[in-house]
Design a protein around this ligand. Structure first.
Ligand SMILES: Cc1cc2nc3c(=O)[nH]c(=O)nc-3n(C[C@H](O)[C@H](O)[C@H](O)COP(=O)(O)O)c2cc1C
Length: 180
């Protein structure tokens, strides 16, 4: 069944894989609204997500086409928030409830299920701060998919790879089913 999914894209080198994920979600019949961080836009362009999702991409908290801010407008419609890939930074901001850009502000405006697919260097993933932040979010009910083990963008093996898109889609399906 068609659902409204807010897809957060953050400044991980895996951001390009978010385009495939977006495409698969659209193919599955969902209405996908993308929010990108400034760092994500260093790696992939909003145009990619605009074309794939066929919806305007939110890149700036202050650029609102309507009187109602986008984070409030989307929060009233969304069935799921999926942040994939998720940086160590957004995970930390979510754990602490920070709201200093469009995506983090959206996160604390969102009331439904949240799925996070982290992607980062293994040192960033292993850092006690990241681990603690993930635990905080898990206790709050946030679902984590990955990260996977394997060859990382830096060339070294370790845990930190973006989970396979199929695994993320499976988690999305389960979460949407559970919500019904
Ligand atoms: C080329 C490049 C690749 C990066 N890849 C990652 C990554 O995979 N995961 C991560 O957590 N941070 C990564 N970073 C660092 C983040 O982009 C940085 O922490 C940034 O502040 C994240 O901002 P955001 O969470 O608002 O997108 C990378 C930085 C650079 C320059």
């Amino acid at each position: 069944m068609k659902k409204v999914i807010v897809l957060g894209i953050t400044g991980s080198i895996a951001a390009y894989k978010g385009a495939d994920l977006c495409s698969q979600l659209v193919k599955a019949g969902h209405d996908v609204h993308v929010i990108m961080t400034k760092s994500a836009m260093q790696l992939v362009t909003p145009r990619t997500f605009f074309t794939i999702s066929r919806n305007p991409v939110v890149t700036d908290l202050w650029e609102t086409p309507d009187w109602k801010p986008e984070h409030i407008d989307l929060a009233e419609q969304a069935d799921l928030l999926l942040i994939a890939p998720a940086t160590a930074n957004i995970i930390a901001k979510m754990a602490w409830g920070l709201a200093d850009d469009a995506l983090s502000t959206y996160h604390i405006s969102h009331t439904g299920p949240v799925i996070v697919a982290p992607a980062m260097n293994f040192r960033m993933w292993q850092h006690p701060a990241t681990q603690q932040n993930c635990k905080t979010l898990q206790k709050r009910g946030v679902i984590f998919v990955g990260p996977a083990e394997g060859r990382l963008a830096c060339g070294a093996p370790g845990k930190g790879r973006f989970a396979p898109v199929e695994e993320i889609l499976e988690a999305v399906g389960k979460s949407l089913e559970a919500k019904n």
